[in-house]
Design a protein around this ligand. Structure first.
Ligand code: B16
Ligand code: MG
Length: 216
C-alpha cells in the first residue's frame, strides 16, 4: 500500500458550491444572446477553464465570435460571477469540508488546493479557510486545464511530496482524469455514474474519514 502524505482539494463543487454562481452568470450571457442555458448543459462546464466554458456555451447557442469579442464576453461573465461570490461567507462551505480539512491537518498530513479557477483565492478568503492550505495552485498559477495533470503536479511539487503519496478530491470527471494522469489516487465527490473511474466515490466530504484514506 502506498503511504499518504497529502490531500489535494478541488474548490468548486468539493469545498464550496460556486457552480450555481457560474451557472447564473453563463445563463445571463446566454439570455443576452437569445438562447436558454439549462442546468443539465451546465454539467459540461464543471472543472473546465473559463475560456473553454465560453467555447462550450457558444457551441450550444450556435454562435461564432472573433477572438476580441470572446475575451470581452468572458470578462463580462467574470464580472457578474465576482459580484455573486463577493457576498459568500463561511455558511457556503459544503458539508464536511471544514471538518475534513481540520482532521487531515491534525493527522499530520499536508493539504493543497488544486483549482482551475482564477478566483480561487477570493473564495478562500470570503469563506475564511485560506489558513488550512499548505499550498494553493489555482487557474492563475497553472496554465493547462484539467484533464491535464499540471495543477495537481504543481501541488505535489510545492508540497515537496511525490505524486504517488497524494489523494485528490474532485467533483469533475476531467479532474479525476487529471489525478490519474498525475499518478495520484482520487476520491470523486458526486455521482458514481460520472466519477466511477475514481478509487472511491462519496456524495459529500462529510462521508470521508482520514483513517479510510490511509488504506485506499
Ligand atoms: P474562473 P474548480 C473551476 O473550478 C470550475 O469548476 C469551472 O466551472 C470554472 O469554469 C473554472 O473553475 C474557472 O473558473 O472563471 O473563476 O477562473 O472546480 O477547478 O475549482
Ligand atoms: Mg470542481
Amino acid at each position: 500500500m502506498q503511504s499518504l502524505s497529502a490531500c489535494i482539494f478541488d474548490l468548486d463543487g468539493v469545498i464550496v458550491d460556486t457552480a450555481k454562481y457560474h451557472f447564473l452568470a453563463w445563463k445571463r450571457l446566454a439570455s443576452e444572446w437569445g438562447f436558454d442555458f439549462t442546468l443539465e448543459q451546465n454539467e459540461q462546464l464543471k472543472g473546465v477553464s473559463r475560456m473553454r466554458s465560453l467555447e462550450i456555451l457558444l457551441s450550444i447557442g450556435g454562435i461564432t465570435l472573433d477572438e476580441d469579442s470572446k475575451q470581452k464576453a468572458a470578462a463580462r461573465k467574470n464580472e457578474w460571477y465576482v459580484e455573486y461570490i463577493s457576498n459568500m461567507d463561511e455558511s457556503e462551505l459544503l458539508p464536511g469540508a471544514k471538518s475534513l480539512l481540520i482532521e487531515v491537518k491534525e493527522q499530520g498530513l499536508m493539504t493543497a488546493l488544486g483549482s482551475a479557477s482564477k478566483n480561487a483565492t477570493l473564495i478562500l478568503d470570503r469563506t475564511h479557510i485560506t489558513k488550512y492550505f499548505d499550498a494553493i495552485v489555482d487557474g492563475i498559477k497553472a496554465s493547462k486545464a484539467k484533464p491535464d495533470p499540471e495543477v495537481f503536479l504543481r501541488c505535489a511539487s510545492e508540497l515537496h511530496v511525490p505524486p504517488q503519496e497524494c489523494i485528490v478530491f474532485e467533483d469533475a470527471k476531467a479532474g479525476i482524469e487529471a489525478a490519474i494522469q498525475a499518478g495520484m489516487r482520487s476520491i470523486g465527490v458526486g455521482s458514481p455514474e460520472i466519477l466511477g473511474i475514481a478509487n472511491r466515490v462519496v456524495s459529500s466530504l462529510a462521508e470521508v474519514k482520514v483513517q479510510d484514506l490511509l488504506t485506499l
